[in-house]
Design a protein around this ligand. Structure first.
Ligand code: BES
Ligand code: ZN
Length: 660
């Protein structure tokens, strides 16, 4: 069934679906105000001009390039026929039922004669579909459920239809939603947040869930009084008395950047265009830790041009947040595990902020080219860190990243197709493609190109790239063509000598990769060598070490280590009691590998308190290696699982072969 859909899509493209998109994309129409949508956005917000963003090409679905690119294997949508260009949400949030319900109104841009709008859904209860003024019902069909993808929602529309309204409700276990009880949230009130990337937006909004389609949006969100609601949009900074919030997102975004959070949240200003949201008792700590955010914005703008999203705020979530961070436009979501108390983990902010250029502005057209989002972002993250804290600091990050990459290549095997930058994820969960390859091999390619052409030229190139393709999607083929035309071709033979095609389309790491060295780490490596030779930890020269020195140290200790030597390290450096989760994670992994039992209680506490998948996956994997460890893992997991996000649950379920 899936194959059929794709081939139909391919045929549509071949039959010349694209010229139409070229024609339409530059001529956005004023919107008619349908009664349904007008009701959803009172106060005249539904001006009809909301979707038209001055300065770029109409803000509609799909730029022509996206339609010309390979079809997205993770979406049922057929945007070359009918594309969503603007979304109006009217949602009520029911904490008791763990349900969002209401209406999604979609404004369409269609190819002449097109009579079907195809949306993505997963676990949605679709109640009713109406057209235009909300009075005419439209026939719709839900396709069979496909693993990872959910069900297509095909809606018959008279050609030329502008508005489609879908009345629906989410499922209590919708994969994008985490509903935290007050205890889980560490709050007087429950808390809800979404995570739409990669293809989970369809579990809370019926949409064209492909990064090749962009839409502007507005929303009305109804929550019980006492809660603050936030979205990846223009946000309030204080609670309303009636619990009704209106949002507007004038820049067009792909569905994976739709986001919502609701809870007892408060806001504190960092600068005139940035601030932090968090639970009231975390707010001061969060604002202190993230105080360099405005400087990071300035550094990024200096390199890559103006920040185009208005405000940049951060939302620090409870510890069960499954990721380190998520680049929701205007409002990065972040784990509280970055609140180390010494600002040493703020490269995460640099990373999520960098996505305001790489990813949110120029977007991977589908998940096979995920590295165009993440590899670029890691590269930019390090440039921002270098601008604020110096080259030595950024070099430490690069060296740690290179080691992660080598580990991943070893684990996957250097001939594994999943070590290519351009992936083939058809038929798989795009989450399977998330690895250090996209992040670190991607960043290393850009650093290698930079070294070949010089920093100044490379900076100019990247800035031109973001300006040229702002608010559009990008795939490998077009990126390579642009890179050659605007940078490499002025150095005859450079693309070949860099082995550019191997970097992108072949597994492993080409020998042309540059090597970054860190003088700071040379000192750490001496300490490791001294310790390996038997020196007692207290005699090691660790003066002035920061989080990253310690990470280098912990990752490079000799293996195996006798529990007695682990105890010596612990006595000297108090790793088991550290308040730095990044260091604790590295230490707990070591404790497991070396059967260092005194860390057992800290491990259990960590596994129950923290839901960050990056930490949990390796820890549970290590535990599962021995029968006794697996037993411990299952015992802890039974307690911890209810507090984990569905995304983390899915990952750990797989490791422990857990069945409910
Ligand atoms: N966009 C990603 C998070 C993501 C990737 C969510 C794929 C779903 C699917 C985000 O920018 C990210 O990379 N987060 C990292 C932190 C970063 C500092 C490397 C994370 O969460 O660990
Ligand atoms: Zn990222």
């Amino acid at each position: 069934m899936r194959a059929l859909e794709l081939s139909t899509f391919a045929l549509t493209l071949l039959a010349g679906g694209m010229p139409w998109l070229f024609a339409c994309a530059s001529a956005p129409r004023p919107a008619a105000a349908p009664s349904g949508a007008a009701a959803a956005a009172p106060g005249g917000a539904r001006s009809g001009g909301a979707a038209v963003v001055p300065g770029h090409s109409g803000g509609a679905a799909g730029d022509a390039s996206a339609a010309a690119a390979e079809a997205d294997p993770h979406s049922f949508a057929r945007p070359s026929e009918v594309a969503v260009e603007h979304l109006v949400l009217d949602l009520s949030v029911d904490f008791a039922a763990r349900r969002l319900s209401g209406r999604a109104s979609l404004r369409l841009r269609s190819k002449a004669g097109a009579d079907t709008l195809v949306l993505d859904t997963r676990d949605l209860d679709i109640q009713r579909v109406t057209l235009e003024d909300g009075k005419t019902e439209a026939p719709f069909t839900l396709g069979d459920s496909v693993p990872h993808l959910g069900r297509s929602l095909a809606i018959r529309i008279p050609p030329g239809t502008t508005w489609v309204h879908v009345d629906y409700a989410t499922a209590p276990d919708a994969a994008a939603l985490q509903w935290l009880t007050p205890v889980q949230a560490g709050s007087a009130l429950p808390l809800l947040f979404t995570q739409s990337e990669a293809i989970l937006a369809r579990t809370w909004v019926p949409c064209q869930d492909t990064p090749a389609v962009r839409q502007t949006y507005e929303a009305t969100v109804r929550v019980p009084p006492g809660f603050l609601a936030l979205m990846s949009a223009e946000n309030p900074t204080t609670k309303t008395a009636d619990g009704i919030y209106h949002f507007r997102m004038p820049q067009p975004v792909p569905s994976y950047l739709l986001a919502l959070a609701v809870g007892d949240l408060a806001w504190k200003q960092l600068s005139n265009r940035s601030g932090v949201y968090a639970l009231p008792e975390t707010l001061e700590r969060a604002a202190w830790e993230l105080a360099d955010t405005p400087r990071m914005m300035a550094a990024a703008e200096k390199l890559y041009g103006p920040y185009r999203w208005g405000r940049y705020d951060l939302l620090v979530l409870p510890p069960s947040y499954p990721y380190g961070g998520m680049e929701n436009p205007r409002l990065t979501f972040a784990t509280p595990t970055i609140l180390a108390g010494d600002r040493s983990l703020v490269s995460l902010v640099a990373h999520e902020l960098a996505h305001s250029w790489s990813g949110n502005l120029v977007t991977n057209a589908n998940w096979n080219d995920f590295w165009l989002n993440e590899g670029f972002t890691v590269y930019i993250e390090r440039r921002i860190m270098a601008a604020l804290y110096g080259k030595d600091y950024a070099d430490m990050l690069a060296v740690l990243g290179r080691q992660d990459l080598e580990d991943t290549l070893r684990e996957k095997g250097t001939d594994s197709p999943d070590t290519r930058l351009h992936l083939d994820l058809a038929g798989r969960d795009p989450d399977d493609g998330v690895s250090d390859v996209a992040y670190e091999k991607g960043a290393l390619l850009l650093a290698t190109v930079e070294a070949a052409v010089g920093r100044e030229r490379f900076d100019r190139f990247l800035r031109g790239y973001f300006d040229t393709f702002a608010f559009q999607s990008m795939d490998c083929r077009r990126f390579v063509a642009y890179l050659k035309a605007h940078l490499l071709d002025t150095h005859p033979g450079l693309a070949e000598s860099l082995r550019l095609d191997d970097w992108i389309y072949a597994p492993g790491l080409p020998p042309t990769a540059i090597t970054v060295r860190s003088a700071a780490f040379a000192r750490v490596d001496q300490a490791v060598a001294a310790f390996a030779a038997g020196a007692p930890p207290a005699q090691l020269d660790t003066k002035g070490w920061t989080t990253h020195h310690w990470l280098r140290f912990l990752r490079n200790l000799p293996r195996p280590l006798a529990p007695a030597r682990m105890a010596e390290l612990d006595a000297a450096f108090h790793f088991t009691d550290t308040g730095n989760d990044e260091i604790l994670d590295a230490w707990l992994l070591l404790a497991l590998r070396n059967a260092y039992e005194p860390a057992g209680a800290a491990l259990e506490r960590f596994l129950i308190a923290v839901g960050r998948r990056k930490y949990l996956q390796p820890l549970y994997t290590e535990l599962a290696k021995t029968p006794a460890g697996a037993e411990t893992a299952l015992r802890i997991y039974a307690r911890a699982r209810p507090g984990y996000h569905p995304i983390t649950r899915a990952a750990v379920d797989k490791i422990l072969d857990w069945r409910e």
